[in-house]
Design a binder for this molecule. Structure first.
Ligand code: FAD
Length: 472
């Protein structure tokens, strides 16, 4: 292989030019490069909102890469078959990619690496998705961490390399034919259509950077004090961009670290939250069934209900519990949900409605534009009580008192509930514009009657928990 052999850069969830180890190395190599995105089985399996958001990410990143001299070729099919076809068409001698720690992606990439190497090709994977590789952080006994606080203590002092400057030019390889973005049809499964969610999404690297800048300027000082208040935009809102690799965790880490050194309030709490994301990937890497199976197997016979009419009312924001319905509508309209609201609705589903956490996980997977398989699985198992380092099952969030505490003026509920409000804001009306006609929803004079009395739901959950505990 000579230095003239093209490198095939396979982009998956790493749609940025800054702090991108693979792109930096490709630029430094001086070799011609091709850039490829493949809509393969792993991406086809994403939920409707993540697929739509992926389409947006590609729409923003394609032109950015093109400005560096290389078009992003889009193709659909089995990843290995597409890679082989592109290699044959282009004469590429190497395939590079940024590691994706999703178990399905790991399985695919391992197989592909073996196959390409057997064919005499270079197959190389790069860092960039997380701050700390899951295999590098070990307990004193050499195993993975299962509890957050010791994990945080272990990583807090570790060096994090400085972010790399943005790549500005790449040497183009042969020009290949590809599909158009529209032909991939990524946005089609989203029943509510992209137009509603698009108003709230912040797509691409420039918007991610703007979010970080805004947060450092206006948000970090009040982060610790205000991050739980539902109506405030007191958090960074960067999860959407992190999910698609539009900003690197290293970039955010260093910004947070600098703020901490400057003694700015909230900075350490923010870093700690960012590291929860890494912890989720740490768990998922070491326990790849995190999204499917109870992390504590003693929960396997817990009498959770499966999907049901009650769960459907939860999905549709029709439980009659104001803060739960507000949050479920925020999710449907914006593709995001406030972190505290995620905990409230997850607790309500798994405890008051005694429903299997996987029912909720799947809805989030379908609706979130910041869907992150590890954070989502960890979040659901944590709230449900069956996960690592989980909240005890008997700690049941009372949605009404949560609302009193974290939405004291009712601003969040007014933002998302149109019932009985002749001056309902656009956000609340957007929900009714977004839902499928088959749901037959109109903003009536009041929310539906509560699906369950809060005290009765709590008692039922505690009784189920007590019955389970006596079996141990
Ligand atoms: P900030 O408060 O600004 O925090 C900065 C970053 O730290 C976030 O962008 C995120 O990457 C990370 N972070 C913060 N809190 C957490 C956390 N609890 N767990 C993991 N990482 C965290 N987060 C997702 O990114 N995708 C998901 O699919 C997802 N599903 C969740 C499901 C449930 C049931 C729960 C309880 C939480 C879930 N979270 C998920 C975690 C959390 O709610 C979001 O990361 C957070 O709301 C994002 O808002 P932000 O970017 O403003 O966060």
């Amino acid at each position: 292989m000579t230095d003239e052999t093209p490198i095939l850069l396979w982009l998956r969830r790493d749609f940025r030019l800054s702090d991108h180890p693979m792109l930096t190395e490709a630029a430094a190599s001086g070799r011609p490069v091709l850039a490829l995105f493949i809509l393969d089985a792993v991406a086809e399996a994403y939920g409707a909102a993540p697929r739509w958001r992926l389409e947006q990410a590609l729409a923003a990143f394609g032109p950015a890469l093109e400005r560096c001299g290389v078009p992003l070729v889009l193709r659909r099919g089995a990843a290995l078959a597409v890679l082989r076809a592109v290699i044959a068409e282009s004469g590429a001698g190497a395939v590079w990619w940024s590691r994706d720690l999703d178990p399905a992606a790991i399985a695919r990439d391992t197989e592909i690496k073996t196959a390409l190497k057997a064919e005499g090709l270079e197959a190389r994977s790069f860092d960039g998705q997380v701050l700390f590789a899951p295999w590098e952080v070990k307990t004193g006994q050499g195993g993975p961490y299962r509890v957050y606080t010791p994990y945080w203590k272990a990583v807090r002092g570790l060096p994090v390399a400085a972010p790399l400057p943005a790549v500005t030019a790449l040497r183009p390889g042969p020009i290949l034919r590809g599909d158009s973005l529209a032909a991939l049809g990524l946005g089609l499964p989203m029943r509510r259509g992209g137009a509603i969610v698009a108003k709230y999404a912040r797509v691409g690297e420039a918007q991610a950077q703007a979010r970080l800048d805004r947060f450092l300027r206006d948000g970090i000082e009040t982060y610790q004090a205000r991050r739980d208040f539902l109506a405030d935009h007191a958090t960074s809102e960067l999860s959407e961009n992190l999910a698609w690799g539009e900003i690197s965790p290293r970039m955010i880490w260093h910004a947070g670290w600098r703020a901490m050194q400057e003694g700015r309030a909230g900075a350490e709490t923010f870093l700690k939250e960012l590291v929860w994301r890494d912890f989720a990937w740490h768990l998922m890497y070491h326990y790849p069934t995190l999204a499917r199976a109870n992390w504590r197997s003693e929960w396997d016979d817990f009498p959770w209900a499966g999907d049901s009419d009650a769960a459907e009312r939860w999905r549709r924001g029709q439980t009659g519990e104001p803060v739960v319905d507000a949050a479920m509508r925020e999710l449907y309209v914006t593709g995001r949900m406030h972190n505290r609201a995620r905990m409230i609705v997850a607790s309500y589903l798994t405890k008051h409605l005694l429903t299997d956490w996987r029912v909720g996980l799947r809805w989030f997977e379908d609706c979130l534009i910041d869907h992150d398989p590890a954070a989502n699985a960890m979040g659901w198992q944590w709230v449900a009580g069956c996960g690592p380092d989980a909240a005890p099952y008997f700690r049941i969030f009372n949605p009404a008192s949560q609302a009193e505490k974290f939405d004291p003026e009712g601003a969040y509920r007014r933002r998302w509930l149109a019932e009985g409000n002749r001056h309902a804001p656009q956000t609340a009306l957007d929900f009714f514009a977004a839902v499928p006609k088959s749901w037959k929803l109109v903003p009536g004079p009041a929310l539906p009657a509560p699906l369950i009395d809060l005290a009765a739901g709590r008692d039922r959950a505690l009784a189920a928990y007590a019955a389970r505990s006596t079996k141990e």
